[in-house]
Design a protein. Structure first.
Lengths: 127, 261
């Protein structure tokens, strides 16, 4: 499998991944593998997934991201999605795509702050 | 022959008038459209079909004169049925002359355009609403807090536009909190609530939070009675309470300068 399209960067104890603009299925599959490998190797506290370049979010991508987030959670980390485009968010909502139990942030800065705060029991819903 | 032809046409009221404007023939469609039978109307002046205010303005005389002068007169306007109800009609008045050019009378073709007019009015109303929606402001009330005051009924189309504007503004200003104020929304039904929930989910995907403010008692009652679950949405009764909550999310405190207070 070609893993070149995905690179996982470790910053302190957080993993950062930037998705390419039009990820194909093998890139998406690679994402999961690389992330989980890195989680194991670095015992990271969280994963920040920057999708600001992504223009369309299909159901396969959404599902893989949700699954990966669950796996990361099982390995003791949090997943924060950063930079979703308005158009993508709108399509995702209208298509009923669910990104359950995934936290989101407007910027990587904010995501780093979230990683440093203790997780809230209710997932991404601040009350 | 002409009478037979006129009688077989069902969508157009075709009548003939004498040079003074009195009805001389009356087809079946005219009967259906205007309500009078041939016996009742033949010999009567055609001003009977016009609203009194138009007759008072001399509109019927003007129409005859114009048709006589130009050969033809076309008009769209309100006309009256026998029962007094108004309908929106397209009327074509044609002057009929003999070989020597003497005026024999007029042919009058009337078409009921009420349906079309209703559609036009509806389209106009919707266009107006869309225009009003387009000027709904999305304003930044604090660093990191934007406010959308919603006014009027929310349908799918408006929600779509609202979502678009709101999401773009959240990204543009990189505001972690958006206040969605529904004080100006007259009533909420399950569909409207669904639209609001969708908007909230979309904003969350960007990494921002929505606070729904202006939940009046009547709206709170409706939401509970309809069984709409907004437990995942932060809601507040007033905009002030919502703003306080927003500042709280941003870890900001409002402190009075006067320490005695």
């Amino acid at each position: 499998m070609n893993h070149a399209a995905i690179s996982v960067i470790k910053v302190k104890d957080t993993l950062m991944v930037t998705m390419p603009s039009d990820p194909d299925d093998s890139t998406i599959a690679a994402l999961q593998e690389r992330v989980l490998e890195s989680m194991e190797r670095h015992a990271a506290k969280g994963l920040i997934l920057d999708i600001s370049a992504v223009e369309t979010l299909d159901s396969y991508f959404a599902r893989t991201v949700t699954e990966t987030a669950q796996m990361v959670l099982l390995m003791g980390g949090r997943t924060i999605i950063v930079g979703m485009r308005p158009a993508v968010a709108m399509t995702a909502t209208q298509m009923g795509l669910k990104l359950n139990r995934i936290e989101t942030a407007l910027s990587v800065d904010r995501a780093l702050e979230i990683v440093d705060t203790p997780p809230k029991p209710s997932g991404n819903h601040r009350q | 022959m002409l009478q037979t032809l006129a009688d077989t046409i069902s969508d157009y009221a075709i009548i003939f008038l004498d040079p003074n404007g009195n009805v001389t023939t009356w087809n079946k469609a005219a009967e259906r459209l205007k309500g009078w039978t041939a016996e009742e109307i033949i010999g009567q002046h055609f001003s009977k079909f016009y609203p009194p205010e138009d007759v008072a303005k001399g509109k019927t005389e003007l129409e005859l004169k114009t048709a006589a002068r130009d050969g033809r007169f076309e008009d769209e306007g309100w006309r009256i049925r026998k029962d007094g109800k108004r309908f929106w009609a397209n009327v074509i008045l044609t002057a009929l002359r003999d070989k020597n050019g003497n005026l024999l009378g007029y042919g009058k073709v009337t078409r009921d355009l009420s349906e079309r007019r209703r559609t036009e009015e509806q389209i106009h109303k919707q266009a107006q609403e869309i225009f009003e929606m387009a000027v709904v402001p999305v304003v930044q009330v604090w660093e990191g807090v934007i406010l959308v005051p919603l006014i009027g009924t929310l349908d799918s189309q408006r929600t779509q536009q609202l979502m678009e504007r709101l999401l773009n503004k959240v990204t543009e200003t990189s505001s972690p909190v958006a206040l969605l104020d529904i004080t100006g929304v007259p009533a909420i039904d399950s569909q409207t609530a669904q639209h609001l929930i969708e908007t909230v989910s979309a904003v969350r995907l960007l990494g921002a939070e929505v606070i729904l403010t202006g939940v009046r008692p009547s709206i709170a009652q409706t939401l509970v009675h309809l069984g709409i679950d907004l437990s995942n949405v932060i809601t507040r009764a007033s905009l002030a309470a919502g703003l306080r909550m927003a500042l709280n999310i941003l870890h900001l405190n409002v402190v009075s300068h006067d320490s005695t207070r």
